[in-house]
Design a protein. Structure first.
Length: 314
């Protein structure tokens, strides 16, 4: 932008010399350099906190589908990118061993209930022992708990969609064995509508940003368009602040560590209309207009419009 404004100044100076308004001397020869320096300190330095800008990205929530039971996949009735409702079947696991477990525990429960009834009958006629009643009552409770768990496991052989959405990159096929360990997921489920537009703002500019301030958003997926937005939540943490449970001692801060930006969530003014049209992973640039250095907002808006047209060439 500095170069563009300097070229405009040089063109105006050239016309002024040709017309005779300005006599070309040493001062006017070096004036373009002075013009660039003045622009830098008067407009572009204050613009960094008056209208800070940063890279923007649309984030999409993805649920890693891990079954609660292990077994062989016998059916995958869905297709990639198929629109699904909450509760739709994603895939089925062979239920044979789980059905057998339910039948086995059911038979044991019936026997325990029969023994308990006999023991209680003998006690009622003063021919039995209380300890036998207590033992069979405990067995009945144990088998009921086991039956509840076995029935739950049998139900979980049918893996269902946790919400409205779709499955991407569906590589699961019948015959493949899946496990319930959380170290690996088997299906990537993308929730419908669970998206968040976040712009990365440098740390030195973050103090000027407040919730509700206006912003312009330029996306490469929609060249030639500038979307209006407002500041939502300010995410007051970045990955440099995260401590993970590990056997390795965390590194202490060093002067050479990069200052990672902070995330600022943006909300479109026509959120219900625009938001569904932007795919997850869309990138671009966003500028936020703070209450500081308001005179620089015009320059930032011009720069944003220039960038959206340049997106046609990327």
């Amino acid at each position: 932008m500095i170069v563009f404004l300097t070229l405009l100044y040089i063109a105006a100076l050239f016309l002024a010399v040709k017309i005779g308004i300005v006599k070309l001397n040493t001062f006017w020869k070096i004036s373009p350099v002075l013009w660039m320096v003045a622009l830098f300190f008067v407009l572009f330095v204050p613009m960094q906190w008056g209208a800070p800008a940063g890279a923007v990205r649309m984030y999409q929530s993805v649920i890693e589908i891990i079954p609660n039971v292990s077994g062989e996949v016998v059916e995958v009735p869905i297709k990639p990118l198929q629109k699904l409702e909450k509760g739709d079947v994603l895939f089925k696991i062979d239920p044979a061993q789980f059905e057998a477990n339910v039948q086995q525990i059911t038979a044991q429960l019936r026997l325990a209930e029969t023994n308990l009834a006999r023991a209680e009958d003998l006690m009622a006629r003063n021919l039995g022992r209380q300890v036998d009643v207590d033992i069979y009552a405990a067995e009945v409770n144990v088998y009921k708990a086991q039956l509840t768990n076995a029935t739950w496991e049998l139900e979980k052989t049918v893996v269902r969609a946790p919400n409205k959405g779709e499955v991407v990159a569906l590589l699961l096929r019948p015959g493949q064995r899946v496990g319930s360990l959380a170290v690996r997921s088997w299906v990537a489920f993308v929730e419908e509508g669970q998206r968040k537009l976040v712009v990365g703002i440098p740390q030195s500019r973050l103090r000027h940003i407040k919730k509700g301030q206006r912003a312009d958003v330029v996306l490469q997926v929609y060249p030639g368009q500038v979307f209006q937005a407002t500041v939502g939540d300010i995410i007051a943490i970045n990955s440099a602040a995260q401590l993970q449970a590990t056997g390795i001692i965390p590194q202490v801060p060093a002067a050479t560590d990069p200052a990672l930006p902070y995330g600022v969530q943006l909300i479109f003014e026509d959120n219900d209309l625009i938001f569904p049209l932007i795919p997850g992973g869309a990138v671009g640039t966003a500028a936020i207009y703070t209450k500081s250095a308001a005179a620089t907002h015009v320059i930032r808006r011009v720069m944003m419009h220039m960038e959206t047209w340049i997106n046609y060439l990327k």
